[in-house]
Design a protein around this ligand. Structure first.
Ligand SMILES: Nc1ncnc2c1ncn2[C@@H]1O[C@H](COP(=O)(O)OP(=O)(O)OP(=O)(O)O)[C@@H](O)[C@H]1O
Length: 318
């Protein structure tokens, strides 16, 4: 399901805006991350997307249909998990799913089949009759997500699903989201921690103070903000113990900023920032070799989304 937000805004008090002029185009079948600090407007945006809250201005469209025209119909095609969802500890996963299926008024036979299928999809069949209170955190989260998919929605919205998960729980979540994506469901997730999302999502949007800062595929965002910043890591042989010093002397003459020097797997390395593109890097390499520095590898280091976020935020402040 494709999701489009056109100039969406929300004010709770008629004075300040929680979200303003938000334009998003979320492709069908993608895993889309909404990133921003606390209070940026993520939950407000997700609730409007899920038809749980009406925008003060602008429109939300699902597959080209305005949700405001038929919100209940749209809601049937959406699975939504807000933050801080409780699981009833005494209920088993099967009972919990049955309760939600009944809320969606699924016919009994269809519901029982959906429960079996869903437990199977989420590797919970062996735990179907175990009380939720006795499940691991990762499993409990799988039950919560599973109940959002019982009625086979085309869009799954998860508010801060990685919050509080340990690395194992995060791996679990990544696998779960991958399976849901394979089912053709579009997934929108939020987080205030960038690192939580950059390896889970195909595309992201960063919002601050209710406004969009940047959106798109992660690689494109990184590329578009990395035009004049090239970071390289040089590894070298160090037969006489003076390789780093010789390299530093050359780099000082060139426009190269040393970010870090050190040793990795028994070889010295230096990480440098070059303000001049690949031509300058080629010149530096030639000089290093001319000065007797035995460079064995020279690799370009791509920025992470986190670096871009830091840069964008600084620019905004400046
Ligand atoms: N029900 C509400 N009534 C009044 N103001 C609200 C309400 N919900 C959110 N806000 C305000 O709207 C702004 C955006 O809040 P929102 O919860 O959407 O942000 P968020 O990015 O999800 O933050 P967090 O990560 O802390 O949940 C904040 O200033 C918040 O105080």
């Amino acid at each position: 399901m494709r999701v489009e937000l056109d100039n969406v805004g929300k004010t709770y008090d008629g004075d300040s805006w929680a979200v303003r002029e938000l334009k998003l185009d979320i492709p069908s079948g993608s895993i889309f991350g909404l990133i921003g600090p606390n209070g940026a407007g993520k939950s407000t945006t997700l609730r409007m997307m899920a038809t749980l809250m009406e925008p003060t201005e602008g429109t939300v469209e699902l597959d080209g249909n305005k949700v405001a025209d038929a919100p209940l119909e749209a809601r049937r095609r959406i699975g939504f998990l807000g933050d801080g969802n409780p699981l009833y500890k005494q209920m088993t996963p099967a009972e919990y799913l049955r309760m939600f299926g009944q809320c969606f008024r699924m016919p009994r036979a269809e519901l029982e089949q959906a429960i079996d299928d869903t437990l199977e999809t989420f590797d919970l069949t062996a735990k179907r009759d175990t009380e939720c209170g006795a499940l691991s955190k990762g499993m409990r989260q799988r039950v919560l997500i599973a109940r959002c998919l019982l009625h086979k929605p085309g869009l799954l919205i998860l508010d801060e699903p990685a919050d509080g998960l340990d690395p194992r729980g995060r791996n679990d979540l990544r696998r779960t989201l991958g399976r849901i994506q394979d089912m053709g469901v579009t997934i929108v997730i939020s987080s205030h921690i960038l690192r939580e999302l950059d390896d889970l999502c195909d595309q992201v949007a960063i919002i601050q103070r209710g406004r969009l800062v940047v959106a798109g595929p992660i690689d494109q965002i990184i590329d578009s903000h990395e035009v004049s910043r090239f970071v390289y890591e040089l590894r070298m042989l160090d037969e006489d113990g003076g390789a780093i010093e010789r390299a530093q002397a050359v780099l000082a003459r060139k426009r190269a900023l040393i970010e870090e020097t050190g040793e990795s797997e028994g070889q010295p390395f230096v990480r440098i920032q070059v303000q001049g593109g690949e031509g300058l890097m080629a010149e530096i390499l030639a000089e290093l070799i001319g000065a007797g520095v035995k460079v064995v590898t020279c690799s370009r280091q791509r920025s992470r989304l986190e670096d871009v976020y830091d840069r964008i935020s600084e620019n905004q402040v400046n």
